[in-house]
Design a protein around this ligand. Sequence first.
Ligand SMILES: [Zn+2]
Length: 250
Amino acid sequence: MNKSYLERVQEIVTINKPHLKASDEIWNILDTTKAIIFDGHFELLSKRHSDKFFRFAAITQYPYFVSKISQEMVAWIRNNNTEKIDVTLSPASQGMFFAYDLARELNGTMKTRAVYAAIDKDTGYPKEGFVEGFEIRRGERVLVVNDMTTTGHGLQTLINLVEKSYAKVVGVCLFGDRGVGEDNIKEIKRAYSFHSIVDLNMPSWPAEDCRIRCLSNKRLIKAVELHHLPIYSEENAYELYVEKLEEAKV
Ligand SMILES: [Zn+2]
């Protein structure tokens, strides 16, 4: 018997320390949005390849779901006794909806601002600079936020940006961590209070291994190219993206 989409999701996703009985909510969000794309061929921002992709935009198109995720993260923040948070900092990509909503959720007690790091258009990674007009002031307490990480590279850039601003990182939080076991991420976890709502067992590998690991001749879709395509909340999203890209070529 074929597995359902949700069963496949549950095989690769671990929910970390659920609060607010949020497990069902998280499964519902992933099942409804089909944010995890299976059976494809993707180049991640890190340039690594994988057969799976996590598209946070499938979730952020629903502010209601983002608010559920923020509530879950705030439960962790409170549990962790994190004192005042002046700023949530994310890249000006999908993670910004999470940073914005988290600041909104914290505003009742903390008057938290949301601030965004500019994105390098070519790599899709955050730059060590702010979106015009935004800043972090000396001594501010900053929560680093992103949708997910594979290598920790983007998180490190955000941390550097906080430190360059003479401010303090009080925590690092993600929706998903697909880089469990990566050295850079272990390093960040050692240095800072860290929480991901889910861990994603979605292996990726260097592009050089493509011929061995990617097996099929499936068309490679780059993360930076996927961002320009419509969001399909369908189980066969990869095929639909390929169709779109082929159409665009004609
Ligand atoms: Zn490949």
